[in-house]
Design a protein around this ligand. Sequence first.
Ligand code: F6R
Length: 267
Amino acid sequence: MEVIILPTEHDVSELVATRLQNLIAKKPDSVIGLPTGATPLQVYKKLIQSFKENKIDFQKITTFNLDEYLGLGPKDPNSYFSFMKEVFFDHININIHNTHVLDGLTVDVAKECDQYENSIHHAGGIDLQLLGIGHDGHIAFNEPGSALRSRTRIKALTKETRQANSKYFGSLDHVPTHVLTMGVETILEAKECLLMAFGEHKSRAIAKMVEGAISSSCPASALQFHPNTKIIIDEQAASKLSRVNYYKSVFENKPEWQLKAEGFLSN
Ligand code: F6R
């Protein structure tokens, strides 16, 4: 796990967008795991901008979203499928048939989750998984207490997560109680993970994930097992970490060849 601390949300989003752009340039049929929420919005905007400038071609990529609300169909404005269309898919040349979001209206949850796992497998696995993190250390909707070997399944949301997401629904009462979500182990099977976070309100979760014990009480801490994970955060989200100077010096002193090899600098 490498921690990259940059001054602002803008810098973080720029670096992550560059990584995605370089990945797609190198492997046009990349399989990419995507989050919803506020965290990736600037990345999606930057990728749309690059597409408009003819710097990136999404035609052959395949995407898998992390999660979807149970009970919300793709046409529901609050579904994550609608969210992805609105903030990203409708603005790029992605083949919509190559985008995957769990079906929140399924009548057979187990089958839907199994099929999702199978689809990821048949696509060749996820090349790069983009992640945000909840205040309580959740990744996707693997809430605290989630098995660190969990697969795609139904999960009940905590009141805190429903509260955090109620801004999209008008009131807490309208936020669904359950979701379908990739499991922690599903995420750990991605070849590369990039987790982004901004702001003081994420600093506790970041410190627990990076410097705390690996524990289901902070599902994101399972990323410590992953051999190719980068935690890319702003100064505020890094404010409760104890080894800030070390993390900064590692990134600042990286040679150009390594930044290129890792896809953070264009060739
Ligand atoms: C959403 C997801 C969640 C969010 C997390 C942070 O698909 O998987 O884990 O990444 O709840 O949400 P924001 O970015 O809104 O702070």
